[in-house]
Design a binder for this molecule. Structure first.
Ligand code: BT5
Length: 249
């Protein structure tokens, strides 16, 4: 595979670029193919959640990685890292990765990543990056406050920077990905609670302490146990005290 960006299929409106890219990947298009859209009518987040962005103001990108090998085990972390680097090359912002798949600027969600894969054949890397969305244009029911790149950056400029950073990070050795994640980890040292980790009844809150070599989130539970949480199984809540005590907002 020789980078991401060609061939490119662009839609003015589509349901979901990930959906289109999955169909193309299943039909055997070459790795490196990308799908972009000005607007999505059914943009997907994880677990049936929605991704929404006003037309033309976000990068809506799905990039096909093929073939997909064991060396790509940290792909879910390499992608948000690549987005951070791309954004920082375009605007004076400091980006952090909020495990497992968000890019944050000052505690606000700038980008989300949705990877859908059929190993060993392909992975579709879906990226939604807010480029020039005004604060009052975001949906009002977001789980986390959102923000945009701003600074006059265009969606095409963002596309170019993201594709070039992706090419580098997708093939980066695991130790570099882990080191870079550590430098950008938005959760380390923070109190979190989680639901959904099978077999770990009783431990559902603690302090985030980085990731393990498979990209799972390491937490030290309130009971003092060190646990690894898989991204597929848990839902996180941040800053427990603030949520449990409505007086602290
Ligand atoms: C994600 O899911 O963050 C992955 C989003 C991936 C979107 C891209 S766009 C191109 C490609 N094609 C697709 O169909 N999808 C990918 P998750 O962690 O589940 O977060 C979803 C949540 O983010 C929603 O429930 C909202 O609360 C919030 N959200 C929705 N739109 C947002 C936006 N523009 N900016 C910030 N947050 C948003």
């Amino acid at each position: 595979m020789d980078g991401f960006g060609a061939p490119r299929r662009h839609y003015r409106v589509t349901n979901s670029t990930n959906e289109c890219a999955r169909e193309l990947a299943a039909a055997g298009v070459p790795g490196g193919t990308i799908v972009t859209a000005t607007e999505q009518t059914a943009g997907r987040g994880r677990r049936g959640r929605r991704w929404s962005a006003p037309a033309g103001k976000a990068l809506l990108l799905s990039a096909i990685l093929s073939p997909l090998s064991a060396e790509h085990v940290l792909l879910p972390l390499a992608v948000p890292i690549a987005v951070c680097e791309a954004v920082e090359s375009l605007a004076p912002l400091e980006c952090r990765v909020k495990w497992p798949n968000d890019v944050w600027v000052e505690e606000r969600k700038l980008a989300g990543v949705l990877i859908e894969a059929q190993p060993p054949d392909w992975a579709v890397i879906g990226i939604g990056l807010n480029v020039s969305i005004e604060p009052d244009e975001f949906p009002t029911d977001l789980r986390q406050p959102a923000t945009s790149v701003g600074h006059g950056v265009s969606t095409e400029g963002a596309l170019e920077a993201v594709c070039s950073a992706l090419a580098r990070w997708v093939e980066a050795p695991a130790d570099r990905v882990v080191a870079e994640f550590e430098a950008r980890d938005a959760l380390r040292g923070r109190e979190i609670s989680w639901i959904g980790a099978g077999g770990q009844e009783g431990d559902s809150s603690g302090v985030a302490d980085g990731i393990d070599e498979r990209g799972n989130l390491v937490v030290v539970s309130d009971q003092g146990k060190r646990l690894s949480l898989g991204s597929g199984e848990v839902t996180l809540t941040l800053d427990r005290a603030a949520r449990e005590d409505p007086a602290i907002e």
